[in-house]
Design a protein around this ligand. Structure first.
Ligand code: 13P
Length: 258
C-alpha cells in the first residue's frame, strides 16, 4: 500500500534558533495529538532550510514517523560549485528526502527538465527520496494545456528512470496559481490531476507500479481544507508551505488523514 505523507516546506523562513523551536513545537503537538496511522502508513516530512538540517535530523534521530527533507540540492556530485549543496552533504546531515523542482526553483533559478533529472538521479543514487514537484501556471490552465504541461514535466525529468528507481519517487502536484495565494485547487481539481498523473505513470510503467506512487498536493493547504483534499482517492497527502510554519496548523493537517 502506498504511503501517506504530510510534508512541510518551510522555504526561506526561520533562523537556526526559530527553526529548532518550531521542530520542538511540532513534536510537542504530535505528542499531544498522536496520528492514528503508523509510520508504515504515514510519514511527516519537514522541509527545513539547509542550516537546520543536521540539528533537526538529530532531534528526530529516534523518531520513526517524522523525517527531514532538504528543499533543493545541486545537480553535480561535488567540486568547484561555490555555495552549492550536494546530495552527499545533505545525506551526511541525516536528512532522508530532497524536494526537487519546486516551481519557485524552476521560475527564479531557471531549473530545466534536464537539470532536475540529474538532481533526481543523484538523490536516488545516494539512497534519499526525491519529492519531485510539478504543476502549471494559471495561464497554462486557462489555455487548457495543464495536462500536457504536467505530463511533460514528469516525462522530461523522471521517465528515464527504471521501475525500481521510479518506485522510490514521491510526486508533488503544486499548481503555481495556488501557491501562497490562498486559492486552493478544489478537491475535484486536485483529484483530476492526481488521477491523470497516476495514469500517465501507468502508461509507461504499468498500473501496479503507478498505484504505489505517493502523490502529494501542494498549494494553500491549511488546517481547514486538508481533510477534504486528503480524502480524494489519488491525493496521498500534502506539501504545505505557509501553514507548515505554524505548529498547531501543521499538526491539524497531519491529523487530517482518514
Ligand atoms: P503554500 O502552502 O504556502 O501555498 O505553499 C505551497 C508550496 O509551495 C509548498 O511547496
Amino acid at each position: 500500500m502506498r504511503k501517506k505523507i504530510a510534508a512541510g516546506n518551510w522555504k526561506m523562513n526561520t533562523t537556526f534558533e526559530t527553526g529548532k523551536k518550531l521542530v520542538g513545537e511540532i513534536l510537542d503537538g504530535l505528542a499531544a495529538n498522536p496520528p492514528k496511522q503508523s509510520p508504515n502508513e504515514m510519514l511527516v516530512v519537514l522541509g527545513v532550510p539547509f542550516i537546520t538540517l543536521k540539528k533537526a535530523a538529530n532531534i528526530l534521530k529516534n523518531n520513526p514517523q517524522v523525517k527531514i527533507a532538504a528543499q533543493n540540492c545541486y545537480s553535480e556530485e561535488k567540486g568547484a560549485f561555490t555555495g552549492e549543496i550536494s546530495v552527499e552533504m545533505i545525506k551526511s546531515t541525516g536528512a532522508e528526502f530532497v524536494i526537487i523542482g519546486h516551481s519557485e526553483r524552476r521560475e527564479y533559478f531557471n531549473e530545466s527538465f534536464e537539470m532536475l533529472a540529474k538532481k533526481v538521479d543523484l538523490t536516488l543514487k545516494h539512497g534519499l527520496t526525491p519529492i519531485f514537484c510539478c504543476g502549471e501556471k494559471l495561464e497554462t490552465r486557462e489555455a487548457g494545456q495543464h495536462f500536457d504541461l504536467v505530463k511533460n514535466q514528469i516525462a522530461g525529468s523522471l521517465f528515464h528512470l527504471n521501475d525500481d528507481e521510479l518506485s522510490k519517487v514521491v510526486i508533488a502536484y503544486e499548481p503555481v496559481w495556488a501557491i501562497g495565494t490562498g486559492v486552493t485547487a478544489s478537491p475535484a481539481q486536485a483529484q483530476e490531476m492526481h488521477a491523470f498523473i497516476r495514469n500517465t505513470i501507468a502508461g509507461k510503467y504499468g498500473k501496479a507500479l503507478a498505484d504505489e506512487i505517493t502523490i502529494l498536493y501542494g498549494g494553500s493547504v491549511g488546517a481547514k481544507n486538508a481533510k477534504e483534499l486528503f480524502s480524494q482517492s489519488d491525493v496521498d497527502g500534502g506539501l504545505v508551505g505557509g501553514a507548515s510554519l505554524k505548529a498547531e496548523d501543521f499538526v491539524t493537517i497531519i491529523n487530517s488523514f482518514n
